[in-house]
Design a protein around this ligand. Sequence first.
Ligand SMILES: N[C@@H](Cc1ccccc1)C(=O)O
Length: 502
Amino acid sequence: MRLPERQLAVLEAASATDERTIDEIAAETGLKPETVVGAAFDLRDEGLLVVGETADETLDLTDEGREYVDAGLPETRLYRAGLALDADAEPVSMGRVIGEADLNGPEVDIALSNFARKGFGGIDSGELSVDGDADPDTDPEAAALTALAAGEAPDVDERVIDQLDSRGLVAVGESVTRSVTLTDAGVDALMTGVEATETVAQVTPELLASGEWRDVEFSEYNVEADAPTVSGGRKHVLRRTADRVKDVLVGMGFQEMEGPHADSDFWINDCLFMPQDHPARTHWDRFALDVPPMEEIPDELIRRVEAAHRDGWGVDGDGYHSPWSEEFAREIALRGHTTSLSMRYLSGIAGAELEPPQRYFSVEKVYRNDTLDPTHLLEFYQIEGWVMAEDLSVRDLMGTFEEFYRQFGITDIRFKPHYNPYTEPSFELFGEHPETGEEIEIGNSGVFREEVTGPLGVDCDVMAWGLALERLAMLTTGAEDIRDLHGTLADIEFLRNAEVSY
Ligand SMILES: N[C@@H](Cc1ccccc1)C(=O)O
């Protein structure tokens, strides 16, 4: 029998004992483990040996875990510092203990939560007391880290490992060990003698030129060999959705707007007839920036907007009669919506004075101090748009949305009457999530009030909207949690495979 050199080496090494691991054979033959695996599979196909697999859990320290092996767990350092300051006799101010323990940045929160969890003591009204009887020296989490650092298997409960895993201090993985055993045919082959043939893995110009290729034996491709998964680069789901949105809107005759992410409250809110004491304008919702106020706002425009707020504009209303401060209007914040861009364009300061009909849009980032949940992010993209024309009605608004969403295969948009200080009438838009069947809010819209258009010098109708790009992506990809799409919790697998359907 003839076998390629490598296979023969592996077969011989495997004959030494009943069962040998790939690593043992690799060490003995000097071949790379992946070469041994390849040869082993070839020999298996020839019926000369069998390949077995066992999976084992692996446990490794993370960088953070390794750091605490030397420095001590943050909660233990907090405990020791508390003890040093006599906090078992009388509570001590938290600031002092944290300083004494030399805890910085995220370590502080880590220390506090684990300190309480491990019963090291209590925290009350900014003061820390330690339980003198607690004993961090017997802490199984610390013991497990020390054992791992010494290359030993930790002798602790599975729950301790889970805890360390969820704290990010250890990484739990899996390693597969392959081993081989000769079959009877394999043993027979070795007994009757096997000769090595030289195999060639790659055709070279020399082999071709000399004609030698005719006589050599080529090694076979092993399509079962382990190989790393290669994921090609691809455009992010949101970017693809945004590009598609732009194409659709340009196709519907819209032009693109651009403008600053950090803008004055004047453009973000005052132009929109948002009263200065509106809850959305407080620090709860707004990311204020500590930078000098905006100087370059046309003075005449400021006076007109102020007049609308104080006394009203047009026939219907008579303003808010509440305080209005120019200083506040000039303050800078991250925009909570891109309607600030619509205001800039409608006022004419972003370009030429506009004559109807006009259509504008943007697909840009906005910032809100919201609470993160499956449908809310602190930063997201808004599809802003407006149409300026002589006579607009609610039908035009609904028709535009129906035409827009139809291009994404969404044909069941619902409208719900709504209130915005700047539009009348106003409508929220809802769409049905393809996976959960839930109605999710996808946008907000309306026809600008005279108090908005009047001061900007626009004397025809303007209908406008802000739609959430992420929500549209949820409807087109079936993503159930917006946090899968972007941000620190993004689901990379989902992003690699998701199809943007339309
Ligand atoms: N600015 C609104 C959207 C909107 C824009 C224009 C008109 C009406 C509504 C929002 O962020 O929800």
